[in-house]
Design a protein around this ligand. Sequence first.
Ligand code: SAM
Length: 240
Amino acid sequence: MMRIDVATLFPEMCQRVLDESILGRAARKGLIETHCHQIRDYTLNRQRQVDDYPYGGGCGMVMYAQPIYDCCVDVLRQAQEQGRPRPRIVFLTAAGKPYTEQEAKRLAQYDGLLLVCGHYEGMDERVIEEIADEEISIGDYVLTGGELAALVVADSVLRLQPGVLAEPQGYQEESHWNGLLEYPQYTRPEEWRGRRVPEVLLSGHHGRIDQWRAEQSLERTRQRRPDLYEAHKQEGKEKS
Ligand code: SAM
């Protein structure tokens, strides 16, 4: 059963999100475990200060290496006490490896992940060098902190764990699983504001429905994400 830890200056915010909805239900059923840790609790100064001015000048503040490191070491100790293997330590940074569904599938194979969130101008580089196994960026934009990025990673990885989604293997039909975007979805009523559900979906003919969905998925990907479409075509050629 996978365990995800988040090291952050905003543990309550992160835990509230993880305890909601599908992931919260899965945790209460004992299918996954999530724990959020306050980096500030590991400071050694009286003011519990977590950041300081950058060497060399420049704007903003940089998070100290020490409290982040000590927080990570404490999480490693907790995992060891549970008899678990060492969790994979992932720092969320704007300069990290771009995150995709393929990365989610890869990270989902670990017994545990420790997601480390920066804030302000970022973290002292030495703590990343010292303890990170990898750095991940959730996209080519800058957030005020790593919390939303950590929640994106936690959510996309935890939904792949056995039993978390109501439908077993339900995630395999969704966008990005096989490198394509998903076909359009509809629910009741059959007509809404003059727009009808495509007739084929009402036909009850599963073969035709599957074929329509496959075509829609391919066409959507071609129109909206030519980069994914080309990669998919290339993969097909290599396999054949
Ligand atoms: N000075 C850093 C830079 O230019 O790369 C940006 C620091 S950002 C304001 C503060 C924190 O937000 C970072 O330490 C990181 O944890 C997080 N963050 C910002 N953008 C991110 C992204 N695209 N993916 C993952 N984490 C991000």
